[in-house]
Write a protein that binds this ligand. Structure first.
Ligand code: NAD
Length: 465
């Protein structure tokens, strides 16, 4: 771990499993309560200086991007080994970190003059909040960490960052690399189980919590923030729908739609998690998706040519298996997959990419977030009814509409109760584009200037003439 700019082990450790083999390949420190205190104390000390020099912060964010980019191969290999994703995607994740750091280094934070007349002058400035508790899940440990770190640091805050216990190592390596770039205490990286997350959200020195994870945990985090009125951003689960319109060209959209659902093995908060297609197009779309699901190469992420790795962890693997089994038991058909895959020594968490048809709206795999390589395709006859079905329920992260007529698709997209509504694409994200969820999918946004504003508080400076 990195606490106050130096390396720390811990008395206890956590096993880290390679999901491609199911075997423990490393141990990570299990941070003690005293070590967490030291991390927050260090972040609080560092805050006093870090907040003052904006130019230095911008330079150091650029230096951080450079230092991490120089270690892309090491970080990517570790990420693949603990997370499962193919090496090329792990390297892409490291590149995304550099892109986010650079974007925020270059971003100007305006001082807004709201009054300038003979009676007074008033401006609105944005001040950093203080030490941030940043907590991330296991699907994109680095990308999601830097959606928090880059804007938090740019705005003048300091951070204590905790990755998921399933994927702690790449984050700890990043923390170690940054020791040579950032002043002590500006970024502390600690690892531990869920208990450590709870300690962080209750810590008196944490002034802001930035959390990405499940809806269930997000609600606990919100409750933990309340007694101390800590500032809060929550990026939570999703159950994104793709609505295909009746004029869509199936061969033209099938590839994009497939990868919108199966990127990172479906373990993306805003992946396509259910598809609604007009009845006459249903069979063609199912065939096109099933053909891709059956032929995509699944395997150990370190092997050449692999496009989908294992599911990240055993509980998640079991959850995906259970949801598919439940759907099949309730009358669904697997047009592709529908079962685990025995690869290598048979102990990895591999699951065959699955396309389900004949699934009822209330089946768990449709109503809940599956977060894995299984996609239900549902048909509709009336578009208004489809929109209503898509908007039902508590999730509201993203959604997409697919059509040969983008204008018509945009009109439908605007009716979705979601944070991001895509047209003829899904999962398109960028540092400048705010990302967040409606309803139970989140609170606040990340990315763009809006994401940075979440790490600031407004102050009005009002001067009498
Ligand atoms: P999770 O909620 O189980 O865990 C997320 C993190 O919270 C982990 O680091 C965990 O150790 C920590 N944690 C657990 N209990 C805690 C507590 N009581 N207090 C504080 N921290 C605690 O989620 P997960 O299974 O790791 O990730 C999958 C979920 O994350 C999915 O629902 C997915 O949709 C969501 N997700 C959302 C986004 C987004 O940007 N909206 C992005 C990626 C993933």
């Amino acid at each position: 771990m990195t606490i106050d700019g130096t390396a720390h082990t811990a008395a206890a450790t956590l096993d880290v499993v390679n999901p491609a083999t199911g075997a423990v390949f490393a141990q990570a420190p299990d941070c003690s309560a005293e070590q967490l205190d030291a991390a927050f104390a260090s972040a609080a000390r560092a805050f006093a200086t870090w907040r003052r020099d904006e130019g230095a912060r911008r330079d150091m964010l650029r230096a951080a991007a450079k230092a991490l980019t120089a270690r892309t191969d090491d970080i990517a290999l570790l990420l693949t080994t603990e997370q499962g994703k193919p090496l090329a995607e792990a390297a892409g994740e490291v590149r995304s970190v550099a892109a986010w750091l650079t974007y925020y280094a270059d971003l100007d934070i305006p001082r807004e003059v709201i009054r300038d007349d003979k009676r007074g002058f008033a401006e609105v400035v944005r001040r950093p909040i203080g030490p941030v508790a940043a907590i991330t899940p296991w699907n994109y440990p680095l990308t999601l960490a830097f959606w928090k770190l880059a804007p938090a640091l740019r705005a003048g805050n300091t951070v204590v960052l905790k990755p998921s216990p399933y994927t702690p190592l790449s984050t700890l390596l990043v923390g170690a690399i940054l020791r040579d770039v950032l002043p002590p205490g500006v970024v502390n990286t600690v690892s531990g189980g869920d208990r450590l997350g709870a300690w962080m959200t209750a810590h008196p020195l944490a002034r802001k919590i930035s959390f990405t994870g499940s809806v269930e945990t997000g609600k606990r985090v919100a409750a933990a923030a309340a007694p101390d009125l800590k500032r809060l951003t929550l990026e939570l689960g999703g159950n994104d729908a793709a609505i295909v319109l009746d004029d869509a060209d199936i061969p033209a959209i099938a590839d994009k739609l497939f990868w919108g659902a199966f990127a990172n093995n479906g373990q993306v908060c805003s992946a396509v998690k259910r598809v609604y297609v007009p009845r006459p197009l249903h069979d063609d779309l199912v065939d096109a998706l099933a053909e891709r699901a059956a032929s995509v190469r699944v395997g150990d992420g370190t092997a050449d040519g692999v496009r989908l790795g294992p599911v990240n962890n055993r509980p998640q693997f079991e959850r995906v298996s259970d949801l598919v089994t439940d759907a099949l038991a309730h009358g669904a058909t697997a047009a592709a997959g529908g079962h685990p895959l025995e690869l290598g020594d048979g102990c990895g968490y591999f699951y065959a990419p699955t396309i389900l048809t004949g699934v009822d709206e209330n089946t768990r795999v449709v109503a809940e977030e599956q977060f894995g390589p299984a996609l239900p395709v549902l048909s509709y006859t009336d578009l208004d009814d489809a929109v209503e079905r898509v908007n039902a329920g508590h999730f509201g992260l993203g959604g997409s509409v697919w059509s040969a007529d983008p204008g018509r698709a945009c009109d439908v997209a605007a009716r979705l109760d979601v944070g991001t509504a895509w047209v003829n694409t899904h999962l398109a994200l960028a540092p400048a584009q705010p990302f967040g969820g409606a309803k139970w999918s989140g609170l606040g946004v990340e990315n763009g200037p809006w994401g940075l504003y979440g790490f600031t508080e407004l102050q009005v400076i009002h001067r009498a003439r």
